[in-house]
Design a protein around this ligand. Structure first.
Ligand SMILES: Cc1cc2nc3c(=O)[nH]c(=O)nc-3n(C[C@H](O)[C@H](O)[C@H](O)COP(=O)(O)OP(=O)(O)OC[C@H]3O[C@@H](n4cnc5c(N)ncnc54)[C@H](O)[C@@H]3O)c2cc1C
Ligand SMILES: *[C@@H]1O[C@H](CO)[C@@H](O)[C@H](O)[C@H]1NC(C)=O
Ligand SMILES: *[C@@H]1O[C@H](CO)[C@@H](O)[C@H](O)[C@H]1NC(C)=O
Ligand SMILES: *[C@@H]1O[C@H](CO)[C@@H](O)[C@H](O)[C@H]1NC(C)=O
Ligand SMILES: *[C@@H]1O[C@H](CO)[C@@H](O)[C@H](O)[C@H]1NC(C)=O
Ligand SMILES: *[C@@H]1O[C@H](CO)[C@@H](O)[C@H](O)[C@H]1NC(C)=O
Ligand SMILES: *[C@@H]1O[C@H](CO)[C@@H](O)[C@H](O)[C@H]1NC(C)=O
Length: 533
């Protein structure tokens, strides 16, 4: 039955092509022909790596880990290519340039606005999932890792080699290294070890001419740009060399929740005065939700203090009792475990086998849903009146579907100047706010309701957060901050969002872009424009 259906479909498309009815179909065909030519000229076999819409696995490959809040149904890619070899990537670049077809690069596919797999104009996806080898050198504490690897796969691999080595990066195990590291990479060890991009010591990048460059041959400008400025604008990152960090064999974690009735508001208020200053071995992340109270039946705020301490519980307790006695942390709240077990714990996968870190399918708290996120940075503690207004927004949204995360800065994040890497959010920032709302139905009215909520919330926050620019985190990409006019972005237009993500580093990113990709081949709705445009 199915093959009969497919045959009919193929006949249908063949007719369209013969009659020349659809130029899109022509485009598909030309791209495929070009690609097959290119593959054959290097004796490569496209049958395992090139997926067209008629291939059975095309649809499941296209599925993204989080759904983009999009009201109109987006275009589907002409092809999805999942290369194993560098010359296969070169072929995609060649045909994409020759035919003027957009190319989107995807490593883990977690882009907040889906820019790695969605485009408004005909495009192909270069999906790096098969570039996922790693070689760990425990002696000099480094690792060469390919970009299609996920954070979970990286953590699992490091832990197999050593109990005292780790890498500092994000929490969600299915996030890909390609997007994550090139855009920054904040995680539970960031107060001790800063962000992922600060620990990149070499990289392999394919440029628009199909040449592969490393740190020495790419020069320090480009090497600087891909450590926080995003990979998208500059080339295809193939691999990173990581400087691993040393960790104790035993770490301590806890998650302690307090409701409004349990003084959550004053605890959150107090948290702002200690979270960025406390011992750098402690990262006290705060999650806020509005949940129906079993006692009063109305909604109440749950503040969950989620913590990693790089050490033993008996050393953590006295620090907490001295710096944050109001929280009332007790021995029973603390759980000692290995760092790799803490990776499971923070992903909400406690008690699962470690091998779940190898899966590319988001589960549990990261399961697939519509998601809209935004970010802000805080320089001055938010007063209690401001916090109460934030709680009112949380109470408005569907229960369990809206969440705030407060991620503390300070510590090692301040060891780097604002211009050392493109990631400019250093000394002076107490914490980052992440706003998120998720929902599960595709209707337009749902979309509008949630987008409207998060935008109103964001505008309410203006007096309490950083200004001129109002800073934002590039990895929490937000197209509300401004977008490029496809292929025609002026410096002035792009600087609206560029200064928010990168501060004054935006100007240097533009200079690097102008030098390495003056024709703007590598682009999307929020890529760095070259100066000539
Ligand atoms: C559930 C969830 C949890 C998250 N948790 C954290 C967290 O704890 N900390 C944190 O800092 N961030 C976090 N993020 C944000 C995450 O870091 C970014 O979304 C990141 O860009 C995802 O990388 P990716 O490779 O998975 O995404 P992709 O969608 O594949 O790529 C993101 C962007 O980078 C480009 N790109 C991807 N690969 C390459 C490459 N090889 N060369 C050049 N350009 C490339 C893409 O074209 C796209 O523009 C989270 C996101 C989600 C959805
Ligand atoms: C996709 O389908 C074509 C036939 O239409 C087949 O030749 C090719 O091998 C398939 N590609 C993959 C990656 O399975
Ligand atoms: C709430 O916290 C504040 C200070 O953070 C403290 O003064 C007050 O006593 C606490 N109230 C309760 C009920 O715990
Ligand atoms: C919930 O109800 C209790 C008791 O009526 C009240 O004290 C509390 O302020 C209410 N909370 C909210 C968030 O409205
Ligand atoms: C995990 O296992 C521990 C010890 O066996 C148990 O106490 C705990 O409830 C489990 N946690 C979850 C989330 O299942
Ligand atoms: C969808 O979200 C609603 C809350 O808005 C929830 O009650 C429901 O269980 C969710 N459905 C699925 C399939 O996740
Ligand atoms: C590009 O932008 C400039 C300035 O905004 C405008 O003058 C010009 O007409 C635009 N060109 C195209 C092709 O859109």
């Amino acid at each position: 039955m199915e093959s009969w259906g497919t045959t009919l479909l193929l006949l249908f498309f063949a007719n369209l092509l013969v009659l020349g009815v659809s130029s899109t179909q022509d485009h598909d065909k030309h791209f495929l022909e070009c690609l097959i030519d290119q593959f054959q000229s290097s004796n490569a076999d496209p049958s395992n790596v090139v997926y067209n819409p008629n291939n059975a696995s095309y649809a499941s490959l296209l599925l993204a880990p989080n759904l983009r809040p999009e009201s109109t149904s987006p275009l589907r890619p002409l092809l999805i290519v999942t290369p194993y070899y560098e010359h296969e990537i070169r072929a995609v670049i060649y045909c994409s340039k020759k035919l003027g077809t957009q190319m989107r690069v995807r490593s883990g596919g977690h882009d907040y606005e889906g820019l790695s797999y969605i485009s408004g104009i005909p495009f192909v996806i270069l999906d790096m999932r098969n570039f996922r080898s790693a070689s760990i050198n425990t002696k000099d504490k480094t690792a060469w890792v390919e970009v299609g690897m996920t954070l979970g796969q990286l953590y699992h691999t490091i832990a197999r080699h050593s109990k005292t080595l780790a890498f500092t990066a994000g929490v969600c195990p299915t996030v890909g290294l390609g997007g994550h590291i090139s855009g920054g990479g904040y995680g539970m060890m960031s107060r001790k070890h800063s962000i992922a991009a600060d620990h990149i010591i070499d990289a392999k990048v394919m440029n628009a001419d199909g040449h592969i460059v490393d740190r020495r041959s790419m020069g320090e400008d480009l090497f600087w740009a891909i450590r926080g400025g995003g990979g998208t604008s500059f080339g295809i990152v193939l691999a990173f060399k990581l400087q691993l960090v040393t960790i104790p064999e035993t770490v301590t974690v806890f998650k302690v929740s307090r409701t409004s009735e349990q003084n959550a508001t004053s605890l959150v208020h107090k948290w702002q005065y200690i979270a960025d200053r406390i011992d750098q071995n402690i990262l006290l992340r705060l999650f806020l939700r509005s949940i129906t109270s079993p006692i009063h039946g109305n909604r109440t705020i749950h503040a969950t203090f989620t913590t990693l301490y790089l050490g033993r519980a008996h050393d953590l307790l006295p620090i907490m009792q001295e710096k944050f006695p109001e929280l009332g942390l007790v021995q029973e709240d603390c759980i000692e475990m290995s760092w790799i077990e803490s990776a499971l714990y923070f992903a909400g996968l406690r008690n699962e086998s470690l091998d779940i870190l190898l899966s590319r399918t988001p589960t549990g708290i990261f399961a697939r849903n519509y998601l809209k996120g935004k970010s802000d940075y805080v320089r001055q503690p938010i007063p209690v009146t401001g916090l109460r207004g934030m709680w009112r927004f949380l109470h408005e949204e569907d229960e369990h579907m809206a969440e705030l995360q407060f991620s503390p800065y300070g510590g090692a994040l301040n060891d780097y100047s604002e211009s050392e890497t493109p990631f400019a959010h250093r000394a002076g920032f107490i914490f980052m706010i992440h706003y998120a709302v998720t929902w599960n139905s595709s209707g337009n009215s749902e979309l509008e309701r949630h987008m409207n909520w998060i935008r109103r919330f964001y505008s309410y926050m203006a007096p309490y957060v950083s200004k001129n620019p109002r800073a934002a985190y590039f990895n929490y990409r937000d197209l509300d901050l401004g977008t490029n006019n496809e292929g025609n972005t002026s410096y002035a237009q792009a600087s609206v969002w560029g200064l928010k993500y990168f501060g004054n580093n935006f100007n240097r990113l533009v200079r690097v872009k102008t030098k390495v990709d003056p024709s703007n081949f590598f682009r999307n709705e929020q890529s760095i424009p070259p100066l000539s445009l």
